[in-house]
Design a protein around this ligand. Sequence first.
Ligand code: NAD
Length: 355
Amino acid sequence: MKARVAVLAGDGIGPEVAAEGVRCLQAVAALCGHEIELTPLPFGGAAIDAAGDPLPDATLAACRTADAVLLGAIGGPKWSAPEARVRPEAGLLRLRRELGTFANLRPVAVHAALADASTLKAEVVRGVDLVFVRELTGGIYFGEKHRDATRASDVCSYSAAEIERIVRLAAQLAQARRGHLTSIDKSNVLETSRLWREVTTRVVQQEFPHLTLEHMLVDAAAMHLMRRPRDFDVLVTENMFGDILTDEASMLAGSLGLLPSASLGGSGPGLYEPIHGSAPDIAGRGIANPCGMILSVALLLRHSLRLPAEAAALERAVSSALGAGAHTADLAGLPGASLSTRAMADAVLSSLRRP
Ligand code: NAD
């Protein structure tokens, strides 16, 4: 197959991990006979420096016509001064909005060899394999805002249609996995959550009758994620609850550097990025963990290029490299945890087998 992927390397460790993600994508393409054209584009702080805009028109236009967008990370102290007129983060929010990616998928899987890297007990995290589906373009982050000298408010609003589409996407995912969907809300207090629960129940009963649907209050979900994370399969929730819970869940895996994400749902391309930021504290040293980026490439292969076997082959390669003891410094406490970004990607590439 032929495809075009826009590559927005961004700032800090963004370009360092993006280079390894691209190398893995090219290796999979060469192994399986696909033609993937890569288009590097300025984005984030680097684009502010070059063009005064974190999302230049030409970058956005090229993203819109690509089959998928691969993103490193953006931001850093250089562009974070309180008086800054334009910030890299504004480019990322605008890109997500322009592409209409309303669903953010964050898989969290704990590799057997890394159970000891988590701050939780190994017997709690061993075998965890869950996916969060967070609503990304609605709710309190996008509602009407008001502020005067002594009062402030942020409106949280959801339509039935916005809930239906994200629940449908999460249910389809659950159907392809272990068939268990947990919907998280605060329906004992919030009207939006009561609508969320009502719509979720209807969509699942009518369209996915074979799924097991469980409703959970957000406060209980925060607790159960730490107590019995293995019991979860697919979790679906609104924007702000998802923002908070996905960061909590990422700690199950042991390092931010391990986890990928996909933002999907628009009529255009999906957006794939590791969940970490630009890590200015380690940028330029070549020690960042590239696994979150490489696993984001696997999600890109699966969801945008419809190449599930190739995606699984890359995921297996990451898994066997980690299992064979290839570790970067962030997986502290593990013996031999000292590979460079490039050496870690080399270990993944040497484990890559044709599907
Ligand atoms: P961060 O994720 O960049 O870093 C948090 C900690 O995790 C740091 O100690 C860092 O060294 C470590 N870390 C992160 N990724 C790693 C990797 N791949 N390998 C090894 N260690 C890794 O979060 P932060 O420090 O709060 O933010 C830094 C900048 O990144 C800020 O400007 C922030 O706005 C931006 N940011 C961007 C995104 C994005 O591009 N989507 C997401 C989050 C933060």
